[in-house]
Ligand binder design. Structure first.
Ligand SMILES: *Cc1c(COP(=O)(O)O)cnc(C)c1O
Ligand code: SF4
Length: 329
């Protein structure tokens, strides 16, 4: 099932998109956790084959499977869970640009991802409205260029590393022409889910930016990191990128201190520091991942007691209108 010599582009165009195929590969009977056909239609399954290969066969509770399985429970009513809990539309001064916090802006650099995480807080985001043309990109660059308080640009998405190298190079070169930009930050799940994405070409694009590069990975469980991922991370670190990780606290995936401590240690072994642990936003279709605040705080306290401070991620939540993410615990 895994083609060892696949390029990242081949892997990206050969995703598992049929839940029945995923269930069959994992030797699971899809009738035991029926597919939510309506939410599947709105937010399709997407899973790289290399990611599926890290799942345990025959185990419905596999923490990697739970992140991608389009379960019928998404379709159950859940009061308080809405399409845009962060009211991001209020901070959208240009198509594709979110300027919410002082000193840094976030660009929706790519309209798509290599994987669809069922808990995604942007699963309802209107990427069609936020897939700028080059002309609209120029307006975003003008907004950044005209505000010298902006020192950092965050490429987010979607997943910016799902872009082809030529498009990514153009974006980064354009940003590197703005003198007050000191830091380029990339929020990405690709080095974890398709580690072949870390090519010589990508390392060259990052190095030639002449800026400090911070890569914030997204990994929720130690089992997501295999040998190929470790190699990709070593190459990124070797090229000078500062490597951080953000996770989402997810019921049934990583909602206990042992699992998250193992993740922190595994990341650190690959020279990645834990950054954020997101208390999940109340996005429609994600209520089955919800953890109570009391439980979240207890998990972080247990991690603080067991780990050096730099291996304890900051538990945060986004509150609409706040000047930064809210620190919990
Ligand atoms: C999270 C976020 C950032 C980055 O915040 P940091 O605390 O610097 O990681 C910037 N812009 C938006 C819109 C965000 O949601
Ligand atoms: S990779 Fe990130 S943006 Fe894409 S679906 Fe997963 S959580 Fe959402």
């Amino acid at each position: 099932m895994i083609e060892p010599m696949q390029t990242w582009q081949q892997a990206l165009s050969d995703l598992i998109t049929d839940p029945r195929e995923l269930a069959e590969f994992l030797q699971l009977d899809p009738r035991l956790d029926p597919i939510g056909e309506r939410t599947l239609g709105q937010f399709p399954l997407k899973t790289p084959r290399a990611f599926a290969a890290r799942m345990e066969k025959g185990n419905w509770q596999d923490p990697l499977l739970r992140q991608v399985w389009p379960s019928h429970v998404e379709q159950l009513a859940a009061p308080g869970f809405v399409a845009d809990p962060l009211r991001e539309r209020n901070y959208n001064p240009r198509s594709g640009l979110l300027h919410k916090y002082q000193g840094r802006v976030l660009l929706i650099a790519a309209p798509h991802c290599a994987i669809h995480c069922r808990y995604c807080f942007r699963r309802e985001f209107d990427y069609r409205e936020n897939s700028p043309s080059r002309e609209q990109w120029r307006k975003a660059f003008e907004h950044i260029g005209s505000d010298a308080s902006i020192e950092e640009v965050i490429l987010s998405g979607g997943d910016p590393l799902a872009l082809a190298d030529a498009q990514l190079r153009w974006l980064i070169e354009s940003l590197a022409q703005i003198p007050h930009i000191r830091t380029l930050r990339i929020h990405t799940r690709l080095p974890v889910v398709i580690p072949e994405r870390v090519t010589d070409g990508l390392l060259d694009i990052l190095a030639s930016s002449g800026r400090q590069v911070v890569m914030v990975l997204h990994c929720n469980h130690a089992r997501e990191i295999d040998h190929a991922v470790a190699t990709a991370l070593a190459r990124l670190g070797g090229a000078g990128a500062i490597l951080l990780n953000q996770s989402v606290l997810l019921k049934g995936v990583n909602d206990d201190a042992e699992t998250l401590s193992a993740l922190s240690k595994r990341l650190f072994a690959e020279n990645v520091l834990p950054y954020y642990l997101h208390f999940p936003d109340q996005v429609v279709g994600t209520h089955h991942f919800a953890v109570t605040l009391e439980r979240a705080e207890a998990i972080v306290r247990a991690m603080q007691a067991a780990l050096p401070g730099y291996l304890v991620p900051r538990l945060v939540r986004e509150d609409p209108g706040a000047a930064a993410k809210t620190r919990l615990a």
